[in-house]
Write a protein that binds this ligand. Structure first.
Ligand SMILES: Cc1ncc(COP(=O)(O)O)c(C=O)c1O
Length: 384
């Protein structure tokens, strides 16, 4: 993992145009479908960019930053985080294959595997996120890919990434992780043996809840080339305007991330002391069941966590969320503003026991921690 000192200088200086008299600090935004050639003989060269779908200098700079952040081989860019998951997955599987998916995966990933991949004749088996090296018991000669997400969506289980990667490698099975939570700032899964690390860049890198984007960082050339070909064949392209916004967000992601991370940990540690909260699901909190594993592999937290409230009728859970004044009601995280959602209606698990109370997720923005705390306190007082 890079230190903050290393990262902050790299994120400021990498991917910039060469300085010259009157040049802009950042790459100018180029909007293009057609790119012109000087000579007809150049039309079929494959050593130059020939068409708008293949990106711009801004896309190149953004890919370079993601590759550096994750210590990868190269990066593919996508129009959303979900597309950055589904494109690379499609490049790795064929009819008749099986994939193993963590039970704690982001809902739309689960749904893609259970419907789209199923239609292609690819079977998905769900595994307990805390399975570790016992994942070996689920591998058959049809297993092609293991999908991880750590910590898991909504419930924040931490996976034993090196143990799973080691088993996968010994069976010649590929691994792909959804690394959105850590922003690649507090976890680098590729040096731990994972083949592909995916970001919903919509979150921390966008940072302002106004742009959708995704990136998949590859550990090796062969997987990158395969996924690049699949993405091209699927017509993958992302708007230069969106790439520009994400590159802009990248420059300031580190200090924003650090503030949001500190706020989320402080709120989580306060919530755990309250009688109206049964559990706080945040791996950086010392009584989280995976805290030691998290400490081994991560260098910090994220901006989002959940709480299991004391049992409460659904109507009161909704009243609690409605009573929050600073937390908006909405999906996503990593933006400058705080958000809260009631998770129960979207919680799908094959392996976990039912939670002992309602699950509420908080995404921390850049407001003052004390103000967010007072906001939650007054909303809890209305229902307990
Ligand atoms: C963990 C995780 N992965 C992927 C995504 C999908 O990202 P996008 O909304 O950019 O498609 C999300 C979005 O909420 C997410 O939370």
């Amino acid at each position: 993992m890079k230190t903050d000192a290393e990262l902050s200088t790299k994120l400021t200086h990498m991917g910039r145009p060469a300085a010259g008299l009157g040049t802009s600090v950042s790459h100018p935004l180029t909007r293009a479908s057609t790119l012109l050639f000087e000579k007809a003989e150049d039309l079929y060269r494959n050593d130059i960019r020939g068409y708008g779908r293949h990106g711009t200098a801004v896309h190149d700079a953004l890919a370079e930053l993601f590759t550096e952040l994750e210590s990868g081989f190269d990066t593919l860019l996508f129009s959303s985080g979900l597309a950055a998951l589904t494109g690379p997955i499609l490049s790795m599987v064929k009819p008749g294959d099986q994939i193993l998916l963590t039970d704690s995966a982001y809902g739309p990933t689960r749904s893609f595997c259970q419907t789209f991949l199923k239609r292609m004749g690819i079977e998905t088996l769900f595994y307990d996120p805390r399975i570790g090296s016992n994942i070996a018991h689920h591998i058959t000669d049809k297993t092609r890919l293991i999908l991880l997400e750590s910590p898991g969506s909504l419930t924040f289980e931490v996976q034993d990434i090196p143990a799973i990667a080691k088993v996968a490698k010994s069976h010649n099975v590929k691994t792909l992780i959804d690394n959105t939570w850590s922003a690649g700032i507090t976890l680098n899964p590729l040096p731990l043996g994972i083949d592909v690390s995916v970001h919903a860049a919509t979150k921390y890198f966008g940072g302002h809840s106004d742009v959708m984007y995704g990136a998949a960082v590859f550990a090796n050339e062969a997987d990158f080339k395969k996924a690049q070909q699949t993405a091209k064949q699927l017509g993958n392209a992302s708007s230069p305007d969106d790439a520009y916004q994400i590159l802009r967000g990248f420059r300031s992601v580190l200090p924003r991330f650090r503030q949001q991370e500190a706020t989320s940990l402080a709120l989580a540690e306060w919530l755990i002391t309250r009688d109206d909260v049964q559990h706080v699901l945040h791996p950086a909190v010392s009584d989280h069941p995976d805290h030691q594993l998290w400490k081994r592999d991560f260098t910090g937290g994220g901006c989002i966590f959940s709480v299991v409230l004391k049992p409460l009728p659904d109507k009161n859970v909704l009243e609690f969320i409605d009573a929050l004044k600073l937390f908006g009601i909405g999906y996503s995280y990593g933006g400058f503003e705080s958000l809260a959602i009631h998770c129960d209606p979207q919680l799908r698990r094959s392996h976990a026991d039912k939670l002992p109370g309602p699950l509420v997720r908080f995404a921390c923005g850049l407001e003052s921690m004390e103000d967010l705390k007072s906001d939650i306190e007054q909303a809890l007082a209305q229902v307990f």
